[in-house]
Design a protein around this ligand. Structure first.
Ligand code: SAM
Length: 180
């Protein structure tokens, strides 16, 4: 099981980024996103996408992200530009994931040092500054070695039919076709 914890959401400034952390976690194979307190409004979009495009995927809010980290029974990976290169630790993390749950922590603003200390792995996707969405996407793809791209979704109301040009979305229940 893979849980993504989104720390440090700043109301106003981080709205889209927080939503995108949740949507990226869902699309690329995580089971659950947990958002720190003030990100409550962001959960609606992710729940809505999961209802329309399928699951399972859970969205939760916590007022105590530090406690979640401290009490987590499993392996904690904190994504940070200061960490060890992903290509050096990915095999170890994959092994840990085969044995038990994984908590992937991403930040927004400066991440408290306690998080670095509590993480089993502090992992950099390059050691260049970029984004929580990008680092989460690359990390999940490395963790699952591309298998997340083949994932089947349960109970979708909408399924995109991939095509070379154009947009087609079908409702698998009644075979209705919408062009959007
Ligand atoms: N300056 C902040 C700090 O010192 O922690 C980081 C801000 S960055 C915009 C937001 C988040 O993106 C970070 O908390 C981290 O999770 C992620 N991030 C940015 N660059 C990264 C990298 N090269 N590797 C892994 N994660 C990265």
């Amino acid at each position: 099981e893979v849980t993504v914890l989104r720390l440090g959401h700043r109301p106003g400034r981080d709205e889209r980024m927080t939503t995108h952390v949740g949507l990226t976690a869902r699309a690329l194979g995580a089971d659950r996103v947990v958002m720190a307190g003030s990100a409550r409004d962001r959960t609606d979009t992710i729940v809505d996408i999961t209802e329309r495009f399928g699951g399972p995927f859970e969205v939760e809010v916590t007022q105590e992200p530090k406690r979640l980290i401290r009490d987590f029974e499993g392996t904690i990976v904190h994504l940070t530009m200061y960490g060890e290169p992903v290509q050096d630790v990915e095999a170890d993390v994959r092994e840990a994931h085969a044995e038990g749950p994984l908590l992937l922590v991403v930040g927004a603003e400066k991440v408290p040092f306690e998080v670095y200390e509590n993480a089993d792995y502090n992992v950099g996707v390059t050691n260049q500054p970029h984004s929580e969405v990008a680092s989460l996407a690359v990390f999940l793809d490395r963790l699952f070695e591309g298998r997340e791209l083949e994932r089947e979704w349960e109970d979708p109301d909408r399924v995109v039919v991939p095509m070379e040009t154009g947009k087609r979305v079908v409702d698998p229940e009644d075979d209705d076709v919408d062009d959007v």
